[in-house]
Design a protein around this ligand. Structure first.
Ligand code: LAN
Length: 821
């Protein structure tokens, strides 16, 4: 053991008025087998939002941080991190002083998320499924946060932090020192090194993916901007991986855009992103308002940036940028003719090759439109309109924005348009913290600003399905969860909606430019929290179901009394139904954020290269089922409200579910992996129309699909490759707790009559449970856009709890004899 001061400095921050100084104590711990220097950073700065101006805390010389230890060897003291949950706004804070530590003790949830021992006691070993279910709840309930929701490490995508760090860099900002150190540590922890994905030293699109130019060039750049030196052996390895893939010239569109903003590449390398498209009349089939919401909200700031051709003003004098120009390519930069590489893309990144249509359009734009027709008044008009839409998006979400891809882009647009001291820039800077998540492996950027509503609604439903929601010991937890949902419902309209020609009450599924092309939102729920402000069909439906499940329970002691207060009033639930009803597509199915507005042919314009099925909304069995079951439950409680419409909605929706089934009996899932997830929803839908194993050939086929794939140990394990390939791919590590729980729930929804396969599966869940009631993290669970995985760590609690409880309800809570795996 040895210690000493490594670095110190002081700064002040105009906006946040923070004070910063770093005192790092260096220890060499024997527990770290590689004898890595362990730096316990004691960091003194204002507790709340800590963003420094670049160059203030660190003395920058030649663009790199000047201090002796290797920045990548450092880490903070995990026991000083705390999660704050302010009405669903989750932010992590590093405590600097002993007083602060005393005033803000570490909670079990903090410990759990940070991978620190939670010290939860061993529970009496479960002999029956319900005992296992209750042991699971006992552990999981300790993770509930004060406002009533659950926190979530929502990692997976490896392209989010780069956008943030580049934006901060070019706007001359920095995160706090502990945050930066932990981001570096996280990115290194996710590097493909050793036996991880071939160990070539790169990064992939997501944490489990093979290295790609996108992942490698972006994460390498991020590390360099955060001060990691190029001669670090891991960086050398990353570079050689990048060169093997062709270098950053072979990156996808988004990578080229970010590198051009940074001044590492030139804008000529970026295929055109003309904001003029936003001026197309709404009836035009390719108008951006018809695109999937994520694509249009990303295209929006991207097109603005592209049109302005904005470049980091200090690019040419900043040594890091100059070095990056040497490090990222296989050719010296002066020899590169940037425009030649607009269409260059490595095979590893080319998941969705650009269509011939898009290639012709790009050719037309580059050779004819831009030089001959793109006159300045038109450009100005387009930029004025995109800027207005960006402002509307910021206003509707209090600068949280739809997701962590468009949030940094909007941030940069505000900086470009309004300058460094603008309120908009400060608000964006502050909001960044909502996305950052601290874990035992370092700090990541969550896929959204949390999973608050989604996990909370599912948790309530799991206990209810398990028949445990009436138990007094869970009452407080469930009430708090219900109150959380109440607090997070959208109770206001989007900017411009009430004065737009499309306004009506109840709303209809139409939109106009005056409403910023948004779907109505009052009464809906989003995936994360109220601030973010985007209605999602199934998030609304799952929240309605959760609320109804609790609010209709009778007190077991006195059945004349309700067990829970009416936290969500009849009016508020009706508003939610008003949001769900206009979500249905002409096909009968339901999409994610809005009914589909454009044709699937728009996929020909998919320019992202790394994702599939992103251009428009599609029908999803998951979203469709959630809406069907919510409407059904609502109708049982309030039979007079819009009953006919609900009836028609459900008949058409379930018919769509039927037609969406594949010949082998399965359904393809788009939001988690994959057939096991979608099958659970689809069978629930069919059950609402009385279609179960006994009377339905299609349900029998669905059950057979699962039974044919049950592993020897009784479980199911599905790999993310199922999502990419559209074919069942077994998980390389065998059965997975989450897949197994989904299939148990699916078979029980189907009323599959034979107990034996279900009992074997239940045994697997029980066998994987730890003595303290928890289940350990296994493979990644979620997906989006077919190719990018994302984690849902709470699923390993929610779904086993649900499945075990459902099983006990159906077959009785008997002791299970025999080996538990
Ligand atoms: C999510 C997460 C939640 C998810 C469900 C509610 C589970 C789903 O049933 C509907 C769609 C939705 C809301 C969804 C859509 C796409 C999201 C927002 C994500 C997968 C989380 C991250 C992803 C977003 C697109 C990430 C940004 C990346 C881009 C390629 C734009």
């Amino acid at each position: 053991m040895w210690g000493g001061y490594l670095h110190s400095g002081a700064t002040s921050n105009k906006t946040c008025q923070t004070f910063f100084s770093v005192k790092t104590v260096v220890n060499r711990t024997s527990s770290e087998s590689n004898c890595r220097i362990y730096v316990r950073a004691q960091i003194f700065y204002g507790r709340t939002m800590s963003i420094r101006k670049r160059g203030q805390a660190q003395q920058r010389a030649n663009g790199t941080i000047q201090h002796k230890s290797h920045i990548d060897d450092q880490r903070t003291d995990l026991t000083r991190w705390r999660l704050e949950d302010d009405r669903g706004r989750q932010t992590w804070h590093y405590l600097e002083t002993e007083e602060e530590l005393k005033a803000w003790p570490m909670s079990t949830a903090d410990k759990y998320y940070l991978g620190v021992d939670t010290q939860q006691p061993d529970l009496p070993p479960a002999k029956t499924p319900l005992q296992a279910c209750e042991n699971g709840i006992r552990f999981y309930s300790k993770l509930q946060l004060p406002p009533g929701n659950w926190g979530c490490e929502y990692g997976g995508p490896m392209f989010l932090l780069p956008g943030l760090i580049i934006t901060l860099y070019v706007t001359d900002q920095r995160l706090s020192r502990p945050e930066e150190l932990e981001i570096i540590r996280y990115i290194f922890n996710m590097q493909n090194i050793g036996d991880k994905n071939g160990g070539d030293g790169g990064w992939g699109l997501h944490v489990e993916a093979d290295s790609s130019v996108f992942g490698t060039s972006m994460n390498y750049t991020t590390l360099r901007l955060l001060g990691v030196e190029p001669d670090n052996p891991r960086m050398q390895k990353a570079r050689s991986c990048l060169y093997n893939l062709g270098g950053a010239l072979y990156g996808p569109h988004w990578a080229k855009l970010w590198l051009s903003v940074l001044g590492v590449t030139e804008w000529d390398i970026v295929n055109p992103i003309p904001p003029e498209l936003w001026l197309l009349p709404d009836w035009v089939p390719i108008s951006p308002w018809r695109w999937w919401i994520h694509m249009r909200q990303i295209f929006l700031p991207m097109s603005h940036m592209w049109s302005r051709k904005w470049v980091y003003p200090k690019a040419n004098s900043d040594p890091v940028i100059r070095q990056l120009r040497q490090e990222l390519f296989t050719l010296p930069p002066e020899q590169i003719k940037w425009s030649r590489y607009r269409n260059a893309i490595s095979a590893k990144d080319n998941y969705h090759p650009k269509s011939w249509v898009l290639n012709i359009i790009n050719w037309f734009l580059v050779l004819l439109w831009i030089p001959l027709f793109r006159v300045s008044w038109l450009v100005k008009r387009a930029e004025r309109w995109t800027w207005k839409l960006i402002q509307m998006e910021d206003a509707n979400s209090d600068y949280a924005d739809l997701a962590p891809v468009n949030a940094p882009m909007n941030f940069l647009c505000c900086f470009i348009e309004e300058g460094p001291d603008a309120v908009s820039v400060k608000r964006h800077r502050d909001r960044i913290h909502d996305f950052l998540w601290m874990s035992g492996k370092g700090m990541m950027m969550n896929g959204t600003n949390g999973v608050q509503n989604w996990d909370t609604a599912f948790t309530i439903q799991a206990l209810s399905a398990a028949g445990l929601a009436t138990r007094p010991e869970y009452h407080e937890m469930l009430l708090k969860a219900l109150e959380f949902l109440e607090d997070q419902q959208f109770v206001d309209h989007v900017v411009g909606y009430t004065t737009s020609p499309t306004y009506s009450d109840p709303p209809v599924g139409k939109t106009t430019p005056e409403a910023g092309y948004r779907h109505p939102r009052r009464g809906g729920w989003g995936f994360s929290n109220r601030t973010q402000g985007y209605v999602v069909s199934d998030c609304t439906a799952e929240a309605v179901k959760a609320a109804l499940m609790l609010q209709t329970l009778r007190d077991p002691q006195d059945p004349s009394k309700p067990l829970f207060p009416i936290v969500l009033s009849e009016q508020r639930l009706k508003w939610a139904i008003d949001i769900i009803l206009p979500m249905q597509n002409a096909t009968g199915g339901v999409s994610s954020y809005e009914p589909a507005r454009g044709s699937e042919y728009l996929e020909y314009l998919n320019a992202a290269e790394v994702f599939g099925r992103i251009m428009v909304e599609y029908d999803y069995p998951e979203c469709t089922t959630a809406c069907v079951t919510a409407l059904q439950q609502f109708h049982e409680v309030y039979p007079d409200y819009r009953a006919e419409e609900m009836q028609t909605f459900n008949t058409r929706a379930v018919q769509w579910i039927r037609t969406n089934q594949r010949d082998d009996g399965s359904w393809y899932g788009s939001w988690a992996i994959c057939f096991t997830y979608a099958g659970m929803f689809a069978l629930e839908s069919l059950r609402t129309q009385g279609e179960i194993y006994e009377n339905s050939e299609r349900v029998q086929r669905a059950c057979k699909f699962f039974l044919d794939r049950q592993n020897e140990d009784g479980g199911w394990g599905e790999s993310y490759r199922s999502c990419e390939t559209g074919k069942w791919c077994p998980h390389p590590d065998g059965s997975q707790v989450v897949n197994t729980a989904w299939v148990i729930a699916a078979l029980l929804e189907a009323e599959y009559p034979h107990k034996e396969p279900l009992e074997r599966a239940v045994r697997l869940l029980m066998g994987r449970q730890q003595r303290n009631g928890e289940w350990l993290q296994e493979g990644i669970e979620g997906v989006f856009n077919k190719s990018c995985m994302i984690s849902y760590p709470n699923y390993k609690f929610i779904f086993p709890i649900k499945a075990l409880g459902m099983y006990a309800k159906r077959f009785g809570d008997m002791e299970l004899n025999g080996t538990i795996h």
